[in-house]
Design a protein around this ligand. Structure first.
Ligand code: GLU
Length: 546
């Protein structure tokens, strides 16, 4: 076969050479050990936890080594593309503190290794396609969809590996004349790789997450260019990651099965193989078994879910770090206030089997994160969330900032800050009663006469000037005057002897003032509500007919 003639026939328009591309995209001038990595999403519009896991891993590896993180848009499948998807991805990752140094951006492509949108790189792929044809390592295939599915059926019936290989690779060794005839007839074609691999051969390979792998050579003549001249993922991966000077490929382990082909392709193209970081899937418990988080079944896979629930970014970030590096939690305990970027992240600590996503753990982490914030910060983040998801609550919070901050300061600071809320969504149920319109009508468990007596007695002695002790002494006095007890032990030993305890009296007062049986410290609540509003609320209960 005259490869020169074939290459000319298939790619007459290609005049650039691999050498000229090497010059156009020179090696990066970075310090020893600097990691260059990327995110390479398909713009489908769905940004999920897996993207964040991959994004954080890449970001940490690049930035803690003084390297580069870039964004490449893998838009080779026009059918799956959703308008605005890249913007959503960039903004979402930015929200989680992941910034790209280079690549696709809201203001267009930035950087000298572009274009960073694959559909704009067709000319570049064709240079290498032509080179492979010239070297006899790629050939055009005119098999139709029908022929290929008939072949697959036959292979399945024979219990053979499916795919285009060996005797099934029927266009592998056709003559130039046959190819010419097909082209003249205007038949569509794809470009296939001519594999010289054998499934009899295995070799060792080191993945930064999976460790030592035994890889079986690829013997399938995979497609490099589709009939529209656009590359497959495999070919684009090799060309782009080489020319963009990627040192580490961080990606999901669903790519492991095609890794043998990628290794083969890099070699055929004369490219140095990057290091691979294959991340395992995110799973959840479903009954007694683990399964992969699914877009269809699990709303918590989407990152928009966390925003709408009001998990602070810090919480999601912290939680993902605990998932990724098992020593992160110990480090965090020893360095509670340090920025997460001080932690030495290692891809080697990722669990090769993937991670179990634990919602309860995320909630715990989030409670801690919110407890660490000062009231001013909580106010800012809560207001920001409410402005997007609860406009009415946002208006109330904004109408009196100082009041909101006094509420949010309850139990904050000190050695053991309260951990009342895990999300901004939980803030309204927790503190809404401070706003008259959100105050719920209390439902008392004690008979009306007891409720009234307790509240009337409380009103008689209530003073905002009392300190917490004096205030509680008065509640205790009411308790005793009504025949209830302040002695919890005695009550436990003989509950029949008393109508109830000081806790019951407190609850009646609490319910009248907050509408709820649970609230932050009642003394402080009254201090914040002030004398008039406290009395008004109690009076309103007394004025309600039994
Ligand atoms: N476009 C591929 C994906 O979304 C990229 C995989 C990679 O990072 O190489 O899965």
């Amino acid at each position: 076969m005259d490869y020169q003639a074939l290459a000319q026939l298939l790619f007459p328009h290609v005049t650039d050479t691999p050498e000229s591309l090497e010059e156009r995209f020179p090696p990066r001038n970075l310090p020893e050990g600097a990691v260059v990595t990327r995110m390479a999403p398909s713009p489908t519009g769905f940004v999920h936890l897996g993207n964040l896991v991959q994004g954080l891993t890449s970001e940490r590896m690049a930035h803690q080594s003084g390297g580069v993180l870039f964004l490449r848009v893998e838009d080779t499948d026009a059918k799956r593309e959703v308008p605005g998807a890249v913007e959503v991805l960039i903004n979402t990752l930015k929200h989680y503190g992941i910034h790209f140094d280079e690549g696709a951006s809201l203001d267009g492509d930035v950087g000298i290794y572009g274009p960073y949108h694959q559909r704009q790189r067709a000319d570049i792929y064709h240079v290498y396609a032509k080179q492979l044809v010239l070297q006899g390592m790629a050939y055009p295939c005119f098999s139709t969809e029908e022929e290929l599915s008939a072949m697959r059926e036959k292979q399945e019936a024979n219990k053979e590996t499916t795919g285009y290989y060996g005797p099934y690779a029927i266009w592998r060794d056709r003559s130039l004349e046959e190819i010419q005839a097909q082209l003249d007839a205007g038949k569509p074609w794809v470009l296939r790789f001519r594999s010289t691999g054998s499934i009899e051969n295995q070799f060792k390979f080191d993945d930064l997450v999976k460790g030592k792998l035994t890889i079986t050579e690829n013997n399938i003549d995979h497609v490099l260019l589709k009939s529209d001249g656009i590359p497959t993922y495999h070919f684009a991966h090799a060309v782009d990651d080489h020319l963009m000077r990627t040192t580490h490929v961080v990606r999901g382990d669903e790519w492991l099965p095609t890794l043998p082909f990628h290794i083969q392709l890099f070699k055929a193209l004369g490219f140095k193989l990057p290091k691979y970081v294959h991340i395992g899937p995110l799973m959840k418990m479903d009954g007694n078994s683990k399964r992969k988080l699914s877009k269809r079944k699990d709303p918590e896979l989407a990152l928009t879910y966390y925003k709408a629930e009001g998990f602070p970014v810090e919480a999601v970030y912290e939680y993902i770090m605990t998932l990724l590096n098992s020593n992160y939690e110990d480090w965090r305990r020893a360095n509670p206030m340090a920025p997460a970027s001080d932690f030495k992240f290692s891809p080697k600590k990722l669990n090769p089997a993937g991670n179990l996503f634990d919602y309860a753990k995320l909630t715990d982490v989030s409670k801690n994160e919110i407890a660490k914030m000062d009231a001013e910060k909580v106010y800012t983040l809560l207001l920001e969330w409410a402005q997007e998801f609860d406009a009415d609550f946002a208006r109330k919070l904004a109408s009196d900032k100082e009041y909101a901050i006094r509420i949010l300061a309850i139990g904050r600071g000190g050695k053991k800050p309260r951990k009342d809320i895990a999300t901004w969504k939980e803030a309204k149920p927790y503190m809404g009663f401070f706003y008259d319109e959100y105050l719920e009508k209390p439902v008392f468990t004690f008979p009306d006469a007891i409720v009234r007596e307790a509240l009337e007695r409380f009103l008689k002695t209530f003073s905002l000037e009392d300190d917490a002790n004096a205030w509680f002494e008065k509640v205790k006095a009411i308790t005793c005057d009504m025949g209830f007890t302040t002695d919890m032990k005695a009550y436990k030993a003989n509950p029949e002897a008393y109508p109830g305890t000081v806790a019951d009296i407190s609850t009646i007062i609490r319910q009248a003032v907050t509408g709820k049986t649970n609230s932050p410290d009642l003394y402080t609540v009254m201090q914040i509500l002030g004398y008039d509003r406290t009395v008004e609320r109690i009076q309103a209960v007394l004025n309600t007919p039994a």
